[in-house]
Design a binder for this molecule. Sequence first.
Ligand SMILES: CC(C)(COP(=O)(O)OP(=O)(O)OC[C@H]1O[C@@H](n2cnc3c(N)ncnc32)[C@H](O)[C@@H]1OP(=O)(O)O)[C@@H](O)C(=O)NCCC(=O)NCCS
Length: 109
Amino acid sequence: MASRVTDCPCMEDLLVSPTWRRQGIGTRLIAVAESHAQLRHFPRIGLAVALDNPDVRRLYERLGYQDAGLGPFVSQWEEADRTGRRVLIEETVIFLVKSLEPEDCAQAD
Ligand SMILES: CC(C)(COP(=O)(O)OP(=O)(O)OC[C@H]1O[C@@H](n2cnc3c(N)ncnc32)[C@H](O)[C@@H]1OP(=O)(O)O)[C@@H](O)C(=O)NCCC(=O)NCCS
C-alpha cells in the first residue's frame, strides 16, 4: 500500500510491552522514525492502522497523521501461535500519512 503513496517510508509493527504503555514510549518511537525519514529527505511518512483499533488511531491523529484517502484494505501476515504453529492473521486497515515538510510540521505542532 505504501507504494501507492510516493516517497513514503512505512512504519510497521509498532509495539510497546503492556506494562510500559501510556508513558510516552510509543510517541518517542514514532518521533525517532520520523527523524530518520527526515534525515533521508523523505517528504512524508505513513503507517497502516486497523479500523477496529480507534485508541491507536487517536494517538496517530494526535501526532499529525491523516487518512491518506486510499480506502480500507486487508493486511495479511503470518504469526506463530503459542504452540509455534504459523497462523495467518488478517486485519482491515487504512493508511495514514504525515507530512514531514517543515512548513506542514510547524502547522501540526
Ligand atoms: C500503540 C502503542 C505502541 C502505543 O504505545 P504507548 O507507549 O502506550 O504510547 P504513548 O504513551 O506515547 O501514547 C499513549 C496513547 O496510545 C494510544 N493507545 C492505543 N492503544 C493503547 C493501549 N492498549 N494502551 C495504552 N495506550 C494505547 C492511546 O491513544 C494513548 O493515548 P491516551 O492515553 O490519551 O488514551 C501501544 O499501545 C501498543 O503496543 N499497542 C499494541 C500494538 C498495536 O496496536 N500497535 C499499533 C499497530 S498499528
